[in-house]
Design a protein around this ligand. Sequence first.
Ligand code: FAD
Length: 472
Amino acid sequence: MPRDFLKDAKDKYDVIVIGSGLAGLTSANILGRAGYEVLLIEQHYKLGGLATWFKRPKGHIFDVSLHGFPYGMLKSCRRYWNQKIADRIVPLRGVLFDNPQFTLKTTYDRESFTELLQSEFGVTESTVKEFFDTARGMNFYDDQKLTTKELFERFFPGRNDITRLLMEPITYANGSTLEDPAITYGIVFSNFMSKGVYTFQGGTDLMIGLMQEELENNGVDVRINCSADKINTENGKVKSVTVNGREIQCRSVVSNANLLTTIFKMVGEEKFDKDYLEDARAVRVNNSSTQVYMALGPEDHIDRDTGDLLFTSTADRFETDLLLSRDVTSRTFSVYYPDTRPHDKRERHLIVSSTNARWEDWANLDDEAYEASKKDLIETTLDALEKYLPNARERVVFSEASTPRTFYHYTRHYEGASFGTKFEGLPVSQALPSQITGLYHAGSVGIIMSGWLGAINYGVIVSNEVDQLLMQ
Ligand SMILES: Cc1cc2nc3c(=O)[nH]c(=O)nc-3n(C[C@H](O)[C@H](O)[C@H](O)COP(=O)(O)OP(=O)(O)OC[C@H]3O[C@@H](n4cnc5c(N)ncnc54)[C@H](O)[C@@H]3O)c2cc1C
C-alpha cells in the first residue's frame, strides 16, 4: 500500500495553502497564528519551494537561492515569523563588479554608490541624489509606462557603464530587464540600497527548519508529498481542494503554485470571466536560470577578500539579450565561506555560479545533448572562475549543474521561471478573489513581489485579505 501522506488530516479546514514557497509558508503561519485551521500542502518532499538546499556526499550542502536579499527581510521575519529567525539575518561584506567597462568593490548601499558614481563615473552629487530620491519615491501606483532604460537615459544619458552598475545586480535579483516598467527596478533597487545585501546565517535548511517549527507551534497542519490536483468551486466560491485524490473542504484557498497553473490547470478556464482570461493569457512568465554548484576540498579555502557576490562579465556592453544568451558571458559567483553554516565543523568553502537563462534554450534537448550542455556549462564556468580562484579546475572537487528544467522539475513552475511572472502578472494575481470568492494567489509575481522578501511580503498581504474574508 502506498503511504498516505494525508493520514489523520481533517475533512475540513478554514484555509488550504497550496505550496510551501516563502509566500505560502508565511501566509500559513500568519493565518495559523490568528487561530484559523490551516492545512499547508506541498507536492515536493521538502518545504521551501525555491528557498531550498541539497546535500551531496562528503558533507557538501548547497543553497539554491540564498545569495542575498534586502535588509527588509529582518523586519518581515521578526514580525511574521519570530525573533530567532530574524536574529540570523546578517549583512554580506563585499560585492565585486568585474567587466570590460569597470572593476570595483562595494558594500552595495547608498553611501558606497554615491561615492562610486562621483569618483569612478564622474556624475555630479546633485544628479546622484536626484536619481536615488526618484528611485526611492517610486511606488506601485506611479505611471507604469516609463521603462528602466528610459529612467537611466533621463539621469545618465548614453552611459551604458552606469546602467550596468545600477542594473546588473537587480536583473540577477528579480529577473527584470531594461525594457520592464521602471518601478520594478526602483522599488527593488531602493530596498537594497537602504542598507546593503543581507543573508541568512545557518543556511536555508536551518531557516526552513525553524519556520516549520513555528508553523507547528501555531497549529498549522503541514503535509509534504501532497499535490493539489484541483481547486473545486461552487456558485463562484471556493468549496474544496482535491489533494492526492482526496477532496478536502475549505472556506478559502491560498495558492502559492504558479499563477497560470492555478488559473488554467487547478481551477479551469470555464470558471472565469472572458476579460479576466484574456489578461491571464497575456501574462508572460519571467526568465529562468542555470547554476553551477562547486565545492573545494576539505583542506582548501577561499580568501575572505574575494568577496561574497561577484558580478562578472566578459561582454563589452550591458544588454538584456546578452544576459540571457546560451552563449554565456555573465556569471554571478556567490561565495560561501564556513560562516554560512557556523555550526558545521567541516568548514567548507563553496561557490555557486548563476546565469539567467531562457527555458526554450534547454527545454527540447534530447538526453544526450542535455547532458553534454550541462557538462559544457560546468567546464566553461570553471574556466571563468580561474580569474577569481587560481587553479580552480584542480581545486574544485565537486561540481554539478542545474538548468531551467531542474527548476521546473522541483517546483512545477511554467518554463522553470525563477522569478514568477512579468509585471502584468501582478494585477491578474490580485484580481483572483474577484473572480472566485475565497481564492487567492500569493507567490513570485509581477517582478516586484518576487525574491525572498517580495514573496514573504506578498504572503503577508494575502493572509490579511483572507483574514478579512473569514471574519465576515
Ligand atoms: C537560482 C535562483 C536564485 C535565486 N536567488 C535569489 C536571491 O539571491 N535572493 C532572493 O531574494 N531571491 C532569489 N531567488 C528567487 C526566490 O528564491 C523566489 O522568488 C522565492 O523563493 C519564491 O517564493 P514563492 O513563494 O513564490 O514560491 P516558490 O518557491 O516558487 O514555491 C512554490 C511552491 O509551490 C509548490 N507547488 C506547486 N504546485 C503545487 C501543487 N499542485 N500542489 C502542492 N504544491 C505545489 C512547489 O513545489 C513549491 O514548493 C532565486 C531563485 C532562483 C531560482
